[in-house]
Ligand binder design. Sequence first.
Ligand SMILES: [Zn+2]
Length: 256
Amino acid sequence: MSTADLHTILSIDEGPAAEVINPDGAAPVCLVCEHASAFIPASLKDLGVSPDQRFSHAAWDIGGRDLAMALSHALDAPLVASRVSRLVYDCNRPPSAPDAIPAKSEVINVPGNAHLGEADRVARIAEVYHPFRQTLHTTLDGFVSPPTLVTIHSFTPVWHGQKRDVQLGLLHDSDDRLAKAMLDAAPNGVNTQLNAPYSVTDGVTHTLREHAITRGLQNVMIEVRNDLISDPNGVARFAEILTDMLTHALAMQRAT
Ligand SMILES: [Zn+2]
């Protein structure tokens, strides 16, 4: 696809599909937030979803960007964040995944993704997934020594009518070192679990696999229940908790 073919979905004014916050951050940590934004380009006409669904957890990780920003500040670490809703393209999924462009998310139908033609699918990949992937790739290349890759997510407290008790999930792919070290550093009073509320078998570790495992980087996927980070106080609390856990876990890794 030539450059001239881009901007069929995202206009030039709507900007690139990914951004780097605190690009000169000094910490050997790269933060990633694939579901940071609920933005749907005007050309896609809200994908046909209703106004109350437009900013639900189906469209983005509620509180995820705020938490990732707070961590970027606290750790002085670069943050790569998506600027487009996962309903347009889920940057934590490879193009081959059926839910990369979901026609249904939990109980929400996404009419604009149903019966998507090949040209439209290719355009979503070219204008959202590839720029995000390239931005993360370039950011990782910019570290002077191999960084730790940490992805930041949030999850809904109720899924298909089932209440979730877990508050903080630490997920891993084939490398479980950092997730387990962070679990050991979890504070009392926060229901923290390994590989919850879902895990690698649900296809959620694409970024870890693609960008960390292949490079041999330490990595973890962090999931916070979104009702706990829906306001500034909650964000500040979890930024502090996670900064402590991560700092402690990385220090333990260096000591062994
Ligand atoms: Zn997410």
